[in-house]
Design a protein around this ligand. Structure first.
Ligand SMILES: NC(=O)c1ccc[n+]([C@@H]2O[C@H](COP(=O)([O-])OP(=O)(O)OC[C@H]3O[C@@H](n4cnc5c(N)ncnc54)[C@H](O)[C@@H]3O)[C@@H](O)[C@H]2O)c1
Length: 439
């Protein structure tokens, strides 16, 4: 750290983005980047591509684009790789996912068709309703991790990459609680040799990435890299990690609206959320064990934003229900209904209804892009371990042990931008603003 900020290595050469899972989110991300590079569409929803950052006083009129302020890899320098349990290339997978129109996909078909997934580490016990044939086999889980480490090294040299990032965008795994095998690097490595059932495939990918010195972002609610063994390994190896669960759709709306209600000290009796959607990841959530992972990730949001213990008159015992209903005709075009029972002055009751007709992967794809670029930046800036400043992107942000996560989208954004200012040695913005009125 100097008075001009942290020394950040330049973003020279190619950045390889390795996606675990080549389904709806990943193909929408890859096809989108290719379309944007060709000028066919704009990177809407991406803070790294479209966002600006205010520097200094409001009167200074300095608000550069974020990508011009910090050295991010350019889209031209990105190379994609992936693992999936199906052999479909990214073009076929995108056609099956049915998120983007054929017309658009045809215009980037060559790039998509050349992206063929590597064989996956997969076990059906962790995603009950999936059966795939493009999978690795080994004597034990450590052998599988070693095969992934080889994949990572080979991808890097075959594609002439300078740096890599791994993003988990594969199916949600069954709910797992933290246990003894997750408690230390030694216990975890022993568990890999013993093929301990508490080590899910996503943890094996995370281990392989961290061992290879590659940042790992977890877009699903699985425990994955949120265990002491892997956070310690990430710190020891100087690798940034973050998770969990891309903040899209209904939870995004919740973390926009709830801070507003709380700011005005409006009370809440209940928040009922239900969704209908029919994409593949929702089909897997139809299984109760997989749904539990998602539910846990969605439920904690309101509690931490509203802080019922600090405001019992407003938020004690509010009821919070989340339902996800698999309804095939909707595909990726989700409909999320929220019924919010609030109360105001003197306890008078009111209701808010939201009907959000959203597209899940359209909301998730720019998050995957931003996370990949910011994680690469963090690595070049020497940042390691949990990257809480990227909470902005997650439904269940990973934090230091014992620290409650910040869910309020606006606090998360301030934290992210202040981290960028800090990296570059710019003054942090407090919004105090006294200087405009002092003589
Ligand atoms: N779409 C969203 O808005 C959104 C939001 C938050 C989180 N997520 C999470 O992102 C993930 C991906 O969502 P999606 O809509 O793209 O799902 P998807 O079902 O379309 O794609 C997931 C892909 O992962 C593959 N896969 C499963 N296990 C694997 C393994 N062990 N290794 C390699 N590949 C594996 C599947 O074969 C599939 O192709 C899900 O876990 C979901 O919970 C999505």
């Amino acid at each position: 750290m100097t008075d001009k900020g942290i020394d950040i290595a330049p973003a020279t050469g190619k950045l390889g983005i390795l996606l675990v899972g080549l389904g709806a989110v990943s193909t929408t991300f890859v096809a989108g980047v290719e379309a944007i590079k060709r000028g066919l569409a704009k990177p809407v929803g991406s803070l790294t591509q479209m966002g600006t950052i205010r520097l200094g006083k409001r009167t200074d009129k300095r608000s550069p684009k974020i990508k011009d302020f910090v050295p991010l890899a350019s889209l031209e320098d990105i190379v994609f790789g992936a693992w999936d349990i199906f052999k479909d290339n990214a073009f076929d997978a995108a056609m099956k996912a049915g998120v983007l129109e054929k017309d658009l996909l045809n215009q980037v078909s060559e790039q998509l068709a050349s992206l063929k997934p590597m064989a996956a580490v997969f076990e059906q016990n962790y995603v009950k309703r999936l059966h795939g044939e493009n999978t690795k086999s080994g004597q034990n889980k450590m052998e599988l991790a070693e095969q992934l480490i080889e994949d990572i090294a080979k991808f890097k040299s075959d594609n002439g990459c300078d740096r890599l990032v791994v993003v988990w965008a594969a199916s949600t795994e069954v709910y797992l609680e933290e246990s003894e095998v997750h408690s230390s690097i030694e216990a975890f490595e022993k568990g890999l040799y013993d093929s301990d059932p508490a080590i899910a495939p996503s943890m094996i990918y995370a281990y392989a990435a961290i061992k290879s010195g590659v940042p790992f972002a977890n877009g699903a609610p699985n425990l994955t890299v949120d265990i002491p063994a892997l956070t310690k390994l990430a710190e020891a190896n100087g690798v940034p990690i973050c998770g969990k669960d891309f903040k899209t759709g209904q939870t995004l709306m919740k973390t926009i609206l709830a801070p507003g209600l709380k700011s005005r000290m409006l009370g809440l009796d209940g928040w009922y959320s239900t969704n209908i959607l029919g994409n593949r990841y929702c089909e897997e959530l139809d299984d109760p064990e997989n749904f539990k992972t998602k539910e846990e990730s969605k439920l904690s949001v309101l509690e931490t934003i509203l802080q019922p213990e600090a405001h019992p008159d407003l938020y004690k015992d509010f009821s919070h229900v989340v339902r996800i209903n698999y309804y095939p005709p909707r595909g990726d075009n989700k409909e999320g209904w929220d019924n919010i029972d609030i109360f105001g002055w003197l306890g008078y009751k009111m209701q808010i209804k939201i009907d959000f007709l959203c597209r899940d992967s359209i909301l998730a794809a720019p998050l995957a892009l931003d996370l990949a670029l910011f994680m690469d930046l963090a690595k070049r800036a020497g940042m390691k371990g949990v990257q809480e400043w990227l909470s902005f992107y997650f439904k269940a942000p990973q934090t230091a042990p014992g620290l409650y996560p910040e869910h309020d989208l606006f606090i998360q954004l301030k934290k992210l931008k202040n981290t960028l200012r800090h990296m570059k040695g710019e003054e942090l913005i407090t919004h105090l603003g006294r200087e405009y009125y002092d003589e």
